[in-house]
Design a protein around this ligand. Sequence first.
Ligand code: ADE
Length: 245
Amino acid sequence: MRIDVVSIFPGYLQALDLSLVGKARRDGLLDLRVHDLREWTTDRHRTVDDTPFGGGAGMVMRPDVWGLAVDDVLAEGPARRVLLVPTPSGERLTQRTVEDLAGADQLVLACGRYEGIDARVAENYRARGDVEVREFSLGDYVLNGGEVAALVVVEAVARLLPGVIGNPASLVEESHGTAGLLEYPVYTKPPSWAGLEVPEVLTSGHHGNVARWRREQALARTAERRPDMVAALDPAGLDRTDRAA
Ligand code: ADE
């Protein structure tokens, strides 16, 4: 997969040289390119923004500069390309969306700053029809720009690409996976620490009991922390013991 990130702060994306994403890039599993939006400015001051039509505080990013940048980085050919625009007024990013994005051939992340990017940029690429456009939000809070959201998308998508995670089994049981539950608590050595013991069932060697206990913990945790997720569970997927927990 190819991912292009365009930002006025390309240095923000340096973290993508590290850890699993960095390794995926070095192994050739992910073709990640970070660009400075100012490369597409045409004036001496390398201007990327201007005052908002209609008045109001702050500055808006110019569509002409963004248009040149996006046109340039979009890959040629019939590949599935998605233009992603992080914004607090976008749709909430979920694991479902991330799974869908992992199937694309190219993602282009347009990181806005200030009051955001002129709305005609998303409108223009939507109208063209040869690239999907998704405006997304990380959550109900406001960041200073889209760079952190781009880091989030790259990491969440990259770990789903074939070969990136050494043990694909670790993708199976995690929170926001198919079970619709948060993940159960996990423990390792030492068995006793700070006066706290590892739950006995986990050292019992009884796989059925371990699985049962984990399921109960996941349900209890989800009920307490994310009642919205419990409400969305398919009742047909719950068994009698689940209801008791
Ligand atoms: N840019 C600013 N705030 C944001 C948010 N909550 N999610 C995604 N991008 C943003």
